[in-house]
Design a protein. Structure first.
Length: 454
């Protein structure tokens, strides 16, 4: 942890991301690492007094139970700057008040972020400045490439932090230890032993008033194109020699480059659906298409499934099923590894009741290995028994881990430019098939487990 004071300048400090995720994340970071020295500056075009801003910061730190003397030091140092970030002179004046090293966090609408980056190229930022950007990184392969080119005109790649907060989720980081730190799983993490993998993020939450964002994104972009493909990259990458950011990010990019729709057929490999009225956990949920702010003609999917393959020696022939949706009957946030049948089970034993599986629950974190063995009763009868472990609670919120890494200048938990482009390269043929009407938009009642037959 550096002892130098880093300035964290949040652009879009009055927005939802800052209030709901960044400031609470900062609170948990300072609770766990109270020795950090960070100067928090907020900038936004919204009128806000210095006192109101400091009260927001103070409340977040108090909520996270940051030691009081640490909280007071950070609050006293924290400033708010009413700025129209698209006005070059105002942006210049803001930058002149920052210190070095500087981390600029773009908590802005994506289109505004792009324009601010153009201005930053003209204004030039202090040496060593880090840029932290939220997803979505562009809305197509071409726009992601253009955004990457623009960012590189401002700072070098090593100073660009493309944020995917799933990479700050400890259960996902646990994949590295689970795969590479024990003798048991490492040798069987191949197509020879694994039959299929499911990466699932089913939510019971419905739209929750977020039509302005979600109706333009949909489940494929909101979850699969970003978070679930990143989990897949951690799951499928080759073994790293070290935890150096460049090594891990390089291995993830290598894995993503091998990803293709199952059978190279984006139509057969994908499914999409939208929820109709129903009941979720005792609450009535209206038809998605009739929600305020939704344009039904856009045909936004609230549930998407994409099966991919990795065209490489380790994973040849193994389907990876990625699925995520809203307003489903049950939460299912997990990675399921289905192992192949044993080469031979002794004749005379009853057949195994099912395939062996490893289930990694993401929220709350746990790992369970379901194995066929003779367990109870008749010793020649096979049963499935579970060896299970709860994973400890994470020490801080995902945004705490992410902010800590940005302040340290460590891009390990972020997405490199080529990775961001690969994520679009993978889903673009799927969107093309959907736009061409090759994959019907199915329906499911809110509170069900999705359309029949999925
Ligand atoms: P909001 O619209 O809530 O916040 C953006 C803020 O930026 C607003 O206060 C807005 O002011 C301000 N702003 C817009 N234009 C300017 C400008 N020219 N100069 C100064 N301030 C400006 O968005 P979110 O916080 O929800 O999202 C921010 C980013 O984070 C987006 O990229 C989003 O995709 C991403 N994200 C958000 C998540 C969330 O849960 N909110 C989760 C993950 C990612 P005004 O209100 O006046 O327009």
């Amino acid at each position: 942890m550096p002892d130098q004071t880093t300035t964290l300048l949040i652009l879009g400090a009055s927005g939802d991301l800052t209030r709901r995720l960044l400031l609470p994340g900062l609170g948990t970071l300072l609770r766990e690492e109270p020795g950090r020295t960070v100067r928090v500056m907020g900038a936004d075009r919204v009128e806000l007094s210095q006192e109101d801003w400091q009260a927001k910061v103070r409340d977040s730190l108090a909520e996270a139970e940051v030691p009081q003397e640490v909280a007071e030091r950070v609050v006293a140092d924290s400033t708010y700057h009413r700025t129209d970030l698209l006005e070059k002179d105002q942006l210049r004046a803001l930058l002149e008040q920052t210190g070095s090293p500087l981390a600029l966090y773009f908590a802005l609408p994506p289109a505004v972020t792009v324009k601010v980056c153009v201005l930053l190229e003209e204004l030039r930022v202090p040496e060593g400045t880090r840029l932290a950007l939220e997803k979505p990184f562009g809305d197509s392969l071409e726009s992601a490439q253009e955004l990457n080119r623009q960012l590189l005109r401002v700072v070098p790649e090593g100073s660009i932090f493309r944020i995917d907060h799933f990479l700050g989720v400890s259960t996902i980081l646990n994949l590295i230890g689970l795969r590479f730190a024990n003798r048991l799983l490492q040798p069987i993490w191949t197509a020879e032993h694994i039959e299929r993998v499911e990466i699932c993020y089913d939510e019971t939450l419905a739209l929750e008033g977020r039509a302005g964002y979600y109706d333009h994104a949909g489940a494929l972009m909101d979850m699969i194109q970003s978070h679930l493909l990143e989990i897949l990259a951690f799951f499928a990458m080759e073994a790293p020699a070290t935890m150096q950011p460049e090594e891990i990010r390089g291995l993830k990019a290598q894995a993503l480059r091998a990803v293709q729709p199952w059978g190279h057929d984006p139509t057969a490999a994908s499914r999409r659906a939208r929820y109709t009225a129903g009941e979720v956990e005792g609450t009535q949920v209206p038809d998605y298409a009739s929600e305020e702010g939704v344009d039904p003609e856009r045909e936004t999917e609230t549930l998407a499934q994409l099966t991919v393959q990795l065209d490489n020696a380790r994973w040849s022939g193994v389907p990876f099923v990625l699925r995520s949706g809203k307003a489903l009957g049950d939460k299912a946030k997990r990675v399921v590894v289905v192992f192949r049948e044993p080469a031979h089970t002794p004749t005379g034993l009853s057949p195994a009741p099912g395939p062996d599986r490893l289930v990694l629950e993401l929220k709350p974190g746990s790992v369970a290995l379901e194995l066929s063995m003779n367990a109870e009763g008749d010793p020649f009868d096979l049963e499935q028994k579970e060896l299970a472990a709860e994973l400890g609670k994470s020490r801080m919120l995902p945004y705490g881990e992410i902010l800590g890494a940005i302040l340290d200048g460590n891009p390990l938990l972020t997405i490199r430019g080529d990775e961001a482009e690969e994520l679009w390269r993978i889903v673009e043929p799927v969107y093309a098939a959907w736009r061409a009407g090759e994959v019907p938009l199915e329906e499911y009642a809110a509170g069900s487990d999705g359309p029949g037959g999925w």
